[in-house]
Ligand binder design. Sequence first.
Ligand code: AMP
Ligand code: MG
Length: 353
Amino acid sequence: METIVVKTGEGQAGEQAVLRAGQIIRRGGLVAFPTETVYGLGGDACNPGSARRIYAAKGRPSDNPLIVHICRWEDIYKIADPVPEAAHKLAEAFWPGPLTIILKKTDFVPMETTGGLDTVAVRFPADRTALALIEAAGGFVAAPSANVSGRPSPTLARYVQEDMDGRIEMILDGGEVGIGLESTIVDLTGEKPMILRPGFVTKEMLEEVLGRVDVDKTILDKNSRLRPKAPGMRYRHYAPKGELTIVEGEAGTAARAICQKSREAKRAGEKVGIIATQETKALYLAQSMADSIKSVGNRSDEAAVGRSLYRILREFDDEGMTVIFSESFSDSGFGQAIMNRLFKAAGHRVEMV
Ligand code: AMP
Ligand code: MG
């Protein structure tokens, strides 16, 4: 199959491309599209065959449910029942935006889309291309991230192409995404709201709207012995090809330890990459002997760190790094999402110094 890549942007050509993409999805095809978080791989959420094709294209286990994307609040009533007061409050505060809500599903949503669960994940994204596509596709687009299972989620259309070329009908190229990490997932089907996956909408933000919110205990568990509640969080995700180790400790101490580990790895014949910050980059350049040193930005600028993390992991893959070291970051606010993805990418390899 030939995968067509079309730039969206302003103007008629972009609009035409989105309408065509909508047609492809209505007919059971697959289209990758930008959202404010990461690129999604979209199919018709009401078509069981589309869900099967998404699983096949990603090489993803079919018990790992997809997120149903909508473009109008009232469409939630078709796919979820009941729609509790808490969902209204969250939608009011954060939709359209990077938040996914788990609710009991209706029969309108096939079991293939929800990986056999009787619940459905619903998201109302803010990205304009995403909204136009959902509308053109009939209102309900099932989409996980547009990467091959086990690779970092794509933040650029180029990375979607790397993973999906020849497997899907079309890629809508909307440039680099804004947030760079997947949506926050909050489960409203239990007694208390619970965060299953941290994201740009933080625990503190959710608590301002809902009062107390629990966090699935496995999210920041460094040993990962517990079983996460979101099926997708159970798999080793976001994994670079090189072996990534997080070095945790006071910033200066950690940076010096990384220099030493990097030199040892170089002597052992490894190709070494370092995830640095603006504050430590010069030290690594002078002392680490690493092959590639990439800064995620200022340590205090969480938005920048979140946006560049997956891109850097993919660049290290392209450059053939066999060993990667990263500093660790604050795990409060959006930092919780950053550290959650970093732990997973590292297969929970953390060294304290
Ligand atoms: P992705 O956008 O690729 O990260 O995939 C969707 C994520 O949403 C996966 O981690 C799924 O496990 C999670 N998810 C989707 N539906 C549900 C659901 N009904 N209950 C819990 N988690 C879900
Ligand atoms: Mg994913």
